[in-house]
Every structure is written in structure tokens, then in C-alpha cells.
Design a protein around this ligand. Structure first.
Ligand code: SF4
Length: 191
């Protein structure tokens, strides 16, 4: 039997209508019940941005309400790289916003051998980090290599950058690492 596209659509609509009618009658739902409208889009100021996670540079749209609070982040459909798509990391961008209730607001410290993390003060944490870096560097600093060449380096510390760092932060981090004599400098997107 020849079935035109129009006939097919008509038949499909009748079938779907029949299913809805059957469901409604079987469940005792009044067909005349008002349909509750739900808002599928939220209104706010849209700002295009670039995903901070890696060098793919996917485009996103950040939406904020009148108070500047982020209410949505989604892939930018007009962006030539991702065309609205997002990988798992990009899809979690909303978690980076300042109003995320799970965002850490103070440093945590887990002592050697301890099972639990303890909240500590920033001053204490920064002093502890600086002390550990200085002690580790001093204990294994190599002024010269085995052939007598001046190298002034330490091979006992590595620096691993994260893709949430922006260009300026990466610049400063690498400058500091090189100044300390580190040679193992990497970025997690390259691993
Ligand atoms: S982390 Fe994902 S969404 Fe972000 S730039 Fe990289 S590929 Fe794109």
C-alpha cells in the first residue's frame, strides 16, 4: 500500500491522540483539566565566555539575574568550536560559580597518616606550603650535574598546572617554578 507523508502524519497523530485518550480515561483524569504551564527558559543577562578548563576553547553562555547571580551556564550554539556542546568538565561549569554551596571557602589540611581533613587558616596553610617547598628544595638542590655543568635545579618537586588556571596565572606559576629550579613542569591537559 502506498502511504504518503501526509497520510503517515495523519495516522500518527490519530494514534498518539488515542493513546492519550486511553491513558486519561484509564487513570480517571478529566480531559478538560487545565494544562499547567511551566517556564522552560529563564530570563537574565547573557554573557558569552570561554571554558577555562582546557585549550579547546569551547564557548559558553553565562546567564545572570538582576543581582548578578549566575543562574545558568550552557554551551554557546553559535560558537564555531563546540556549537553548543560541552564535555563532562564543561557541563559542570556551573559548579565553579561563587554561589555553589559545595565550593570550598577555606583550606583543608590532612596531616601525614591522618584519615580526615581539617579546616585551617589561610596564613597557616601558606606558611606550611612555603616551609615544605623550601625544605624539600634545600634537601635535594643540585647546583651542578654529573658532568660539572651549572644547573641549579631541584628534581624533588614537580609542578602540575590545572586547566582552571588562566593565562596570567599559568605565566606566574611557571615563572615561580623556574625560579625555584623546578624542571618537572606539566599541565594536566597534556598528560
Ligand atoms: S573542558 Fe570540555 S568544554 Fe571545556 S574547553 Fe575543554 S573540551 Fe571544551
Amino acid at each position: 500500500m502506498e502511504l504518503s507523508r501526509r497520510d503517515f502524519l495523519k495516522g500518527s497523530a490519530a494514534g498518539i491522540g488515542g493513546v492519550f485518550l486511553f491513558d486519561a480515561l484509564a487513570g480517571g483524569v478529566a480531559l478538560a483539566a487545565p494544562i499547567k504551564k511551566i517556564q522552560l527558559t529563564r530570563q537574565g543577562k547573557e554573557t558569552p565566555t570561554i571554558c577555562p578548563y582546557d585549550a579547546s576553547g569551547c564557548g559558553f553562555i553565562v546567564m545572570a539575574d538582576a543581582k548578578g547571580k549566575v543562574i545558568n551556564i550552557e554551551g554557546d550554539p553559535d560558537h564555531p568550536i563546540n556549537r553548543g556542546a560541552a564535555c563532562a568538565k564543561g557541563a559542570s561549569l556551573r559548579q565553579l560559580s561563587a554561589d555553589n554551596p559545595w565550593r570550598l571557602t577555606r583550606p583543608l589540611y590532612r596531616a601525614p597518616g591522618a584519615a580526615d581533613w581539617q579546616p585551617v587558616e589561610w596564613g597557616w596553610a601558606l606558611d606550611k606550603i612555603a616551609r615544605n617547598i623550601k625544605d624539600t628544595r634545600d634537601a635535594a638542590f643540585l647546583p651542578r650535574d654529573k658532568d660539572g655543568n651549572i644547573v641549579n635545579r631541584t628534581e624533588s618537586i614537580a609542578c602540575l598546572g590545572g586547566s582552571a588556571l588562566d593565562n596570567e596565572e599559568c605565566y606566574l606559576l611557571v615563572k615561580m617554578a623556574r625560579a625555584l629550579g623546578l624542571v618537572y613542569i606539566e599541565h594536566h591537559a597534556r598528560i
